[in-house]
Design a protein around this ligand. Structure first.
Ligand code: NAD
Length: 254
């Protein structure tokens, strides 16, 4: 039921971390995948999939740019003939900020990528997915879209926004057979987390604390999140829409 042969997917933020792993999982399941990112390293990720005999291409794409979204969606449809799956994955941590000193500029920067980027993805990918007869959209939120964390106000607000934006879209597009779900990973040591740890005064202690916060006693792996994204993208999740899929080693069960 997770076979995606004949389907076309667009994955944002696919140069690194969870997006790269998701693009690989979708391509291995048979989908043609357009990897997009504002980082050219995505080209290498797509080339690796093509070299393995899978269908993939890459396009530079800033998810805060409406023009880039229009061009990326057109590219997917021109290259592969349709669009069935969107993974709104691109995101940033935004760094740690004490709320009493948080600048409006830093707040808006995080919100523009993590929340506006998802809105623009829905806005631009919705019509071709509807034209294909329906499909699946996976919005990458976070455990921090369900529970708070001190020092991460903008990130939490952006990811909480994604959680409910997902439900509103799911209700609006259920008649079009477009399923829209959010995924809520626990901590995974991608560059996003590694850089945040490196920027912290005591990265090793913070890393230990993060590991301890997951009852399974470790951080997640990109492939474990990608497997859940593949599930949501596929017919195995055909009766799921508006749902929050938590993949967090028990972090939010406490
Ligand atoms: N790693 C974790 O612990 C974790 C946990 C929960 C949720 N998430 C979410 O998963 C998603 C992926 O994170 P990751 O950990 O793989 O991070 P990452 O830094 O490894 O990858 C993020 C990718 O997004 C791209 N990106 C950033 N800004 C962009 C923009 N404006 N336009 C297009 N691309 C842009 C980056 O270039 C990068 O390739 C993010 O939305 C993040 O918030 C991550």
């Amino acid at each position: 039921m997770t076979n995606l042969t004949g389907k076309v997917a667009l994955v944002t933020g696919a140069a690194s971390g969870l997006g790269k792993a998701a693009a690989s999982a979708l391509a291995k399941a048979g989908a043609a995948v357009l990897l997009t990112d504002c980082d050219l390293a995505g080209e290498e990720a797509a080339a690796g999939l093509v070299a393995a005999g899978l269908k993939a291409s890459f396009r530079l794409h800033d998810v805060t740019s409406e023009a880039d979204w229009a061009a990326a969606v057109a590219h997917a449809v021109d290259d592969f003939g349709r669009l069935d799956i969107l993974v709104n994955n691109a995101g940033i941590s935004g760094g740690r900020h004490a709320l009493m000193e948080h600048s409006l500029e830093a707040w808006r920067h995080t919100l523009s990528i993590n929340l506006d980027g998802v809105f623009l993805g829905l806005r631009h990918a919705g019509p071709p997915i509807a034209a294909a007869g329906g499909g699946s959209i996976i919005n990458v939120s976070s455990i921090l879209g369900k529970v708070g964390m001190a020092g991460a106000a903008a990130y939490c607000a952006s990811k909480g926004g994604v959680t409910l934006l997902t439900k509103a879209a799911a209700l609006e597009w259920a008649p079009l057979q477009i399923r829209v779900n959010s995924i809520h990973p626990g901590f995974v040591e991608t560059p996003l987390v590694a850089n945040a740890l490196a920027a912290s005064d005591d990265g090793n202690a913070l890393r230990d604390a993060l590991i301890t916060a997951h009852p399974l006693g470790r951080m997640g792996l990109p492939a474990e999140i990608a497997a859940a994204i593949l599930f949501l993208a596929s017919d195995a999740a055909s009766f799921m829409t508006g749902a929050e899929l938590v993949v967090d080693g028990g972090y939010t069960a406490q």
